[in-house]
Structures are given as C-alpha cells and as structure tokens.
Design a protein. Structure first.
Length: 87
C-alpha cells in the first residue's frame, strides 16, 4: 500500500505508520520503513529520502520528475492512439 502511495504522489512526503506498537523488540513503524526502503531499492532501484526524526518517506525529486514526464508521455500516446482509431 505504501509503495503504491509513493508512486501515486512522486516527490511528496508520505507518512508511514504501523499501528502495532512493537515488532520483535523494535518499533513497528521503523521496521516497516526499513522494509519499504529495501524493497524500493531492490525492486525499483530507487533510493528513497527519509525525513530526519520522522516517519516520512518520498521519492527523490529528480526521479519524481522523470516519473511525471513518463506518465505525461504515456497519456499523450494513448490520446494519439484513440484519435487514430476514430478515423
């Protein structure tokens, strides 16, 4: 859910929160954040930014700009495809 939220709002800070108090002797939210950071790095090769002292993560701005540009290109290609089908 949080990985999807990060991709839906690239460049924006996303609050990460686990409602469990502790997990294996550590705060559950810290454990969850570490898992998200490792997953994004291993699966998507994206090194997330973490707000110091808080439970916020975001996709770095340069990668966010590329994601936004890619989405815009996809939408434009879809519009062109739809327009070509109307002929």
């Amino acid at each position: 859910m949080y990985v999807q939220k990060l991709f839906q709002s690239p460049g924006e800070w996303v609050n990460i929160m686990d409602h469990a108090e502790y997990f294996a002797g550590r705060k559950a939210t810290d454990f969850l954040m570490e898992r998200i950071i490792k997953r994004m790095l291993s699966e998507h090769n994206i090194r997330l930014e973490r707000k110091p002292g808080n439970h916020y993560l975001r996709i770095p701005q340069d990668i966010a700009d590329r994601l936004i540009q890619f989405r815009s290109q996809q939408e434009q290609a879809q519009r062109m495809w739809r327009d070509s089908l109307r002929i």
